[in-house]
Structures are given as C-alpha cells and as structure tokens.
Design a protein around this ligand. Sequence first.
Ligand code: ZN
Length: 422
Amino acid sequence: MSEQVRKTDHGVINTPAFLATATKGTIKTLTPQQVKEIGIQGACVNTYHLVTHPGADVIEKAGGIQKYSRLNIFTMSDSGGFQVFSLARNGPPRGPLAIPQKQLSSLSKTYQKKADVRGEEEPFVIKISEDGVKFRSIFDGTIIEFTPEKSMEFQKKIGADINIAFDECTYYPATHGYAEKAMKRTHEWLKRCINYNKSEIRNPKFETNSKRFENSNLKNSKIVSSFDIRASNLNRYLYGVIQGGTFEDLRKKSAEFVVSQDTPGVAIGGVSVGESKKEMRDQVRWVSDYLPSDRPVHLLGVGQIDDIIDLVKYGVDTFDCVEPTRLARMGTIYQIGKARYGAQVSSFSVQIEITKSLYKNNFEKVDVDCECYVCQNFTKSYLHHLFKQREILSYTLATFHNLWVMEKLFEGIRKAIGKDLI
Ligand SMILES: [Zn+2]
C-alpha cells in the first residue's frame, strides 16, 4: 500500500479515546458518514461474530474490514475469546444482540437432539484445552475452533488496525486456582500469538506522546496522549491481554508478564464480567504501576461514564464499551451537561429513560445542553413517540446522540489533561 493511501485521517489517535462497538462490522444504526460527523475515532469489531458471519474469508476477499464496511476510522478486532467463553457459560447472547427467541429455540432443539444422540449434555458446550477452544456455532451448529493461531489467522483476514491476542476470559466468581490456570494459559497463548505474527507485527511500536499526571497521587501517573498507527509500514499491531480475575497477586503477575512481552500495546481483559464496580476498578488499579508509558493501554469492554476518569488516571488510554449504543437502542439517553468533564465527577451517570410517559408532552431538546444534530432538531416528545411506536429512526437518533456525548466527554478529558486539570 502506498504511503499516501495509508495516511488516512485515522492515523493519529488522540487519547484517552473511546472506541465504539461495531460487533458485526457496523456501529448499529449509523452510517459511516454519521460516525464521522460525531467524531468517534475508532471502532471495535468482533472476531467471533465476523467469523460466524460472513466468515473471515469473505472479508479478506473484500479487502479487509475497512474496505468492506467503509467504517473509515481506526479499528480494533478482539480475539473472540470473550464471546467464546461467555457463550459457553451463559448460553447465547441476550438483549439487543440476541438471536430471536423463535429462531433460537428451534436451533436449540435441533442441536439438542443431535447432542443427545452423541450423549452430550447441552448443545453449545465447548472443550477448553491447552491448545484452544472448540465450540458449536449458535447460528448454524457448525463446529468452530479457536486456537491462538486460528484467532490470529481470522484477525489477519479481517484486517483491523489492532489485533488482540487470544486469551481466556475468566468467569466471575472464579476460584484463585482456576483464575491462575486461565492466566497461565493466556500467557502461553500470548507467546503463540506473538510467534504467529513474528515476522509481521511483533516488534514495531507506535509513535507515541506521553504525558505525566502531575496532580495524581498514583506512582505510575503517565499516560499516552496520542499514538500514530502510521508509524511503520505494517497494517496490524498486536496487543497482549492481562488477566488474573479478581485476585491482586495474579493481576500483578499477569501485568508483569504481558508488559514484558514485545507487543506494540497492552490490553486489560476479564473485567466487567459481573463483579462489583469496586472490584472492577481494583483490577485496573492493581496493575497501574506495571503499565507501560510508551505504549498504549486498552481496557476491554469497560466504558461506563462514571468510571472513565479514574480509569484514565490508572493509565488506560483507550476504551471500548457496548453501553452507549446498546442503552440508546433501549431508550436510555445520556445527558451531556452531567457527562462533560468538570468538578462534579459524581454526577456523571445521569441519563433519562425517554420511553417514560412524562416525556410525551416535553418539547425541550432531547438534551438541552447538547449541540449534536439530534438535539438541534428534535424534541424529547418526538423521540418518545418514535420509541413508543418502535420506529427505526429512534435507534439512529438515540445512538447518534449517546455517542456524541461519549466523544464530548473524552474530548473534555483530553483538554483537561492538556491543561493539567486532571
Ligand atoms: Zn445530542
């Protein structure tokens, strides 16, 4: 690829940054043009979902996920590990991502029958071994195998800018013994991922700018304030994943190991899997002193508004979270006045449920403090009406606004860091 082509407008990522969820190669309900207008810098696609449909080969044939989806922003693909393990333990996904119940129960019955014949206990059961994970697709029942090498191969074909090493996401609550076993397996798998990519994405680093938090009382108070993904001729970069469950000794051990590996970035995984908020924050705080200051750090699957500032202080540079977009589709509307960075950190999580009848006659902007397209044009009453009538536009408007609020929040944090206010 020529240098000119590589110099797209998503080359430099200003951090802290929020990556929107684009599970199946789309930020649900938004066109790439709308995403661009919001200013979101990146998106997180899901290897497991894209492998089940349309298949990694199809995306490769199309020239990679950027070309296929026209997202045209920085992209990260997760390893598929989280979905593989959560599916195995909790069954198929629920909520807006769920397969329609009717379709699911007929699938379940079909594969339950086949599973019964084979003497298996349930249809989605997986086998976890040192080599990898085998499981049955909830979509068509085919057996899919994820090993570190397979995950890398899938991610290579998908072609996102950042690839995440295959890891075992420990369930919650797990025993110390199991969390340790899963952590060791994750470390072994990271070595295999690095080995797979040896010639391609092991050594190159991003060009990064770091900044020190002078006002922070944390020992490690440095963060990466931006990184440039055009720093080399490579297309993809690999991040290792810190695991260790809710155990301080394991988290620290894992951080030490993962950071010592020569990967361009580091991710923290296995958090926000059912534990309390305090436990979630502790898991990041414990590893804070081990995180690199010359490489970006990504926190997998966390991005609730009221957590972000603390997590940034612990050294997290990029976040991805399904919450702003998923909540939007359920009618939960963020309120920017409360979300913008300021002194009132405790009031960050304010949001409204637009489906409540009190909004039927409310002709105020969707959010009085917001300058987004939605709030410039539509009232709470109208959005309430669209949701009550299940009009498709309701999802688009709510998603557009919630992501706008997230981006404004991060913009505010970046500015505050620039002025040494954090
Ligand atoms: Zn708005």
